[in-house]
Write a protein that binds this ligand. Structure first.
Ligand SMILES: [Zn+2]
Length: 382
């Protein structure tokens, strides 16, 4: 470890201490972290200069005493914007450094591969900045999450049959967005928000049950991207020989058995109505749901065998799963070759909504927490 690493580690340690504790004096930080007062002071001053902390004198009411300085963590010292693009809507969020949504805007808008559509995305960003009354200098960047397979190295959509976005680049989507931008695969984004909010979970497989089925793999807190094109493409895991037709051209993939429309199409496109009727005991829907869980269990059992890590069920269906986990776990326990209890490793998602847009934005937050604090240090010490 060189001197830069040591200094950077101290800075990060102090910043993360403040993030956890919210408010503290330099004496308390020095004591708790076993760092010298000058080291703590230097870093606190730097973090305050960067607008990441505020400081104030705490008065003990006694005249002439040396009143200590208290530092306070500012969760919205920086923010990131996430955009979730689907066939029918655009959802935009602003998240703070703790991953809280501080503004959310929903627009129903049909996706079109046209300049006017991209121009509108630029307007969406300006709109949410206005609504949230944001200082533009605080915006770390804008992440755009799209359906389709994204080549992360070259930043373009390799296979975008779901919304006709094949070949489009990050620059196309962000043409009218005057901030740093990232293009992210939608299920990677929602999976990332789950792993990010679960500090004890470092490896995971995230299942996205939206109108298409997707998945993403997390290893040591980072998304595993394969060689850059795809990984975790669960929707095309073959679960039945000569089964139902999949949109990819193959037959028997998981997607046509477990996409959310398999359920929502039975209740006029409204997924919540499917689950309401199911709760009321509708026997037709119960049959469909039983079949759905049977197929989902096949896929989950295979994932567990391949990765041996926790599995999170998300996407549109994920938030409804909590009432049905017992049924799913039972199926999985019966399939386990090692006698494992599925309740120990299969979980419903924690995000109730907007996990795609939130997760996308969190990529910028994560970069900031892991890298920008370090870069700032480097420049500062020159
Ligand atoms: Zn397929």
């Amino acid at each position: 470890m060189n001197i830069f690493d040591v200094k950077h580690n101290n800075r990060k340690t102090i910043y993360f201490y403040m993030r956890e504790h919210g408010r503290a004096t330099r004496q308390k930080i020095s004591f708790d972290l076993r760092l010298s007062i000058p080291t703590v002071t230097q870093n606190l001053e730097y973090l305050t200069e960067q607008g990441l902390l505020t400081s104030e004198i705490i008065s003990d009411g006694r005249p002439g005493g040396r009143n200590p300085l208290a530092y306070t963590y500012i969760s919205d010292a920086r923010v990131a914007i996430g955009i979730d693009i689907t066939k029918h809507h655009v959802k935009t969020v602003v998240v703070d450094l703790d991953g809280n949504i501080i503004k959310y805007v929903y627009r129903r808008r049909i996706y079109e591969r046209k300049d006017a559509y991209f121009r509108q995305l630029g307007a969406d960003v300006e709109e949410i900045i206005g609504h949230a009354n944001l200082d533009r200098n605080k915006v770390l960047g804008v992440s755009i999450a799209v359906p389709g397979i994204v080549d992360h190295k070259r930043g373009y959509v390799v296979d975008g049959r779901v919304i006709n976005n094949t070949g489009l680049t990050c620059n196309d989507f962000a043409k009218y967005i005057p901030f740093p931008a990232k293009l992210i695969h939608d299920s990677d984004a929602s999976g990332f928000s789950e792993v990010w909010k679960n500090p004890d979970m470092h490896n995971a497989f995230y299942i996205s049950l939206c109108n298409t089925v997707g998945g993403s793999v997390f290893i040591n807190d980072n998304v595993y991207l394969g060689d850059g094109l795809f990984s975790g493409e669960l929707g095309h895991l073959r679960i039945h020989q000569n089964g139902k037709q999949c949109y990819c051209g193959q037959k028997g993939c998981l997607d046509p058995y477990c996409n959310a429309e398999v359920l929502s199409n039975l209740t006029g496109g409204e997924l919540h109505q499917f689950f309401e009727k199911l709760q009321q005991g509708d026997s037709e829907l119960k049959k469909i749901w039983t079949h759905y869980l049977d197929n989902l269990a096949i896929a989950i059992s295979d994932i567990r065998m391949l990765f041996g890590c926790p599995i999170i069920i998300g996407g549109y269906v994920g938030p409804y799963m909590k009432d049905y986990m017992d049924e799913l776990w039972l199926r999985l326990d019966e399939m386990s070759p090692f006698g494992e209890r599925a309740s120990h490793f299969v979980f419903p998602c924690v995000n109730k909504s907007e996990s795609v847009a939130t997760g996308a934005a969190l990529y910028f937050v994560e970069d900031f927490l892991n890298h920008s604090l370090a870069l700032a240090e480097k420049n500062h010490s020159r």
